[in-house]
Design a protein around this ligand. Structure first.
Ligand code: NAP
Ligand code: ZN
Length: 343
C-alpha cells in the first residue's frame, strides 16, 4: 500500500523557463501541484530536445504560456506515487512523451486513439515540462522501459519515435516503398523503423551532408532535394511519403513523388499552410493524411519493437544547464540527430 505525498511535503522543482517569445531559458523554481491519486513524481535523468519545444518557445502555435518550461521526451525514476498507482514501483525507470493525459473514457480513447482524445493534455502546454530536476505527471502516461534500452538514446523515442512509428504501423507499410522527408530527430528514427518493418526506404534531405548516415540508418536511396531536378527524377517512386520537415516545403513537388493510390502522411508542423494542386490529389487517387504522436498502445509496441530491433536515437548530450547552447544548435539544423539534456 502506498501513500500520497502531502502537499506540505512538496519540495520546489528547479527548472529552466523561457519568459517571453524566443527568450533564452533562465533558472526558474516552482511549487508542484499536490500529487493526485494517479500521479507520480519523477526525478529526471534525461530530456530530449524536440523541435516542438522551439515552436512552443516561439509561440508558433499560439498556445504557449510563459514562464514556459519545455521538455516532453522525459526519462526519470519514480520517487513519489499517488495512492491509486499500482502498475509502477518506486525507483522504476519510466519514459514520458508529449501527451500527459486523456479522458480514457470517450469513443476515441476506447478505440486506442487516445492520442487524439478531445480532452487530452500535453506535458509542456499549460504545464511545466521536463527541462527540470523533477516533474509530476499522470502515471497512465508514464511508460516502463525495457531494460535493454539506454536512457539517453531512448528519451527521443518518447516523442520523435512514437510520432513516426505510429503512422508507419497504422498504414501497414511493411514491404512497401517508404519515403522520409527530413533527416532530423523524427526522420532519422523513421529511416530505422522503415528498415525494421521491411520497407524499401528513400531519404529526402535538403543537401548531401547527411547521405552517408542516412544510408547507414536504413535508406537504400537518397534524394538531395536541393539539387536541380532531383525531386522531379523521384516522381512516382514511393507508396508512402512521411513528411517530417519542420519548415515549409514545395508541397506539389513532394506530392508528385507519391505513386498513384499512395499516401502522403504529414507529421512535421511548419507554420505555413499546405497548398496542393487538386489534380495531383484527384488524378492519382492519392491520400493526404496527418498523424499526431501515438496512442498508449502504440507506445508500448514501439518501445518493445525498438528494444528488439535495436532502434535508438543518435544523440548529442548536453548538461541540462547548457540548454540554450543546445537550442542554438537545433535552430541551426546542426544536431546529429537529436540533442538530449542530462541532469
Ligand atoms: P528537426 O530535428 O529540426 O528535423 C527537422 C528536419 O526538417 C531537418 O533536419 C531538415 O532535414 C528538415 N528541414 C528543415 N528545414 C527544411 C526546409 N526548409 N525544407 C525541407 N526540409 C527542411 O525537428 P524534429 O524534432 O524532427 O521535428 C520535425 C517537425 O515535426 C517539427 O515541426 C515538430 O514540431 C514536428 N513534430 C510533430 C509531432 C506530431 O505529433 N505530429 C511530434 C513531434 C514533432 P534535412 O537536413 O534532412 O533536410
Ligand atoms: Zn516532440
Amino acid at each position: 500500500m502506498t501513500t500520497a505525498t502531502s502537499p506540505s511535503e512538496s519540495r520546489s522543482i528547479r527548472a529552466l523557463a523561457g519568459r517571453a517569445i524566443g527568450a533564452p531559458l533562465e533558472p526558474f523554481e516552482y511549487q508542484p501541484a499536490a500529487l493526485g491519486p494517479n500521479d507520480v513524481e519523477l526525478e529526471i535523468s534525461h530530456c530530449g530536445m524536440c523541435r516542438s519545444d522551439l515552436h512552443l518557445l516561439d509561440d508558433d502555435w499560439k498556445v504557449t504560456t510563459y514562464p514556459f518550461v519545455p521538455g516532453h521526451e522525459i526519462i526519470g525514476f519514480v520517487r513519489e506515487m499517488g495512492s491509486a498507482v499500482s502498475h509502477l514501483q518506486r525507483g522504476e525507470r519510466v519514459g514520458v512523451g508529449w501527451q500527459s493525459s486523456a479522458c480514457l473514457d470517450c469513443d476515441l480513447c476506447l478505440s486506442a486513439n487516445d492520442n487524439v482524445c478531445l480532452r487530452q493534455t500535453a506535458t509542456c502546454v499549460g504545464r511545466h515540462g521536463g527541462y527540470a530536476d523533477r516533474v509530476r505527471v499522470d502515471s497512465r502516461y508514464a511508460f516502463a522501459l525495457p531494460k535493454a534500452l539506454d536512457s539517453a538514446r531512448t528519451a527521443p523515442l518518447l516523442c520523435a519515435g512514437i510520432t513516426v512509428f505510429a503512422p508507419l504501423n497504422r498504414l501497414k507499410v511493411g514491404g512497401q516503398r517508404l519515403g522520409v522527408v527530413g533527416v532530423g530527430g523524427l526522420g532519422h528514427l523513421a529511416l530505422q523503423y522503415g528498415r525494421a518493418l521491411g520497407c524499401e526506404v528513400t531519404a529526402f534531405s535538403t543537401s548531401r551532408s547527411k547521405e552517408a548516415e542516412a544510408r547507414a540508418l536504413g535508406a537504400g536511396r537518397f534524394v538531395a532535394t536541393g539539387e536541380d531536378g532531383a525531386l522531379r527524377a523521384a516522381a512516382n517512386s514511393v507508396d508512402v511519403l512521411l513528411v517530417t520537415a519542420s519548415a515549409d516545403i514545395a508541397w506539389p513537388e513532394y506530392l508528385n513523388t507519391v505513386r498513384p493510390t499512395g499516401t502522403m502522411c504529414i507529421v512535421g508542423l511548419p507554420t505555413g499552410d499546405i497548398r496542393l494542386p487538386p489534380l495531383g490529389v484527384v488524378e492519382g487517387q492519392r491520400t493526404i493524411a496527418g498523424s499526431s504522436i501515438g496512442s498508449r498502445s502504440a507506445m508500448r509496441t514501439m518501445l518493445e519493437l525498438s528494444a528488439r530491433h535495436g532502434v535508438e536515437a543518435h544523440v548529442e548530450t548536453f548538461p541540462m544547464r547548457e540548454a540554450n547552447a543546445a537550442f542554438d544548435r537545433l535552430r541551426g539544423n546542426q544536431a546529429r540527430y537529436r540533442i538530449v539534456l542530462e541532469n
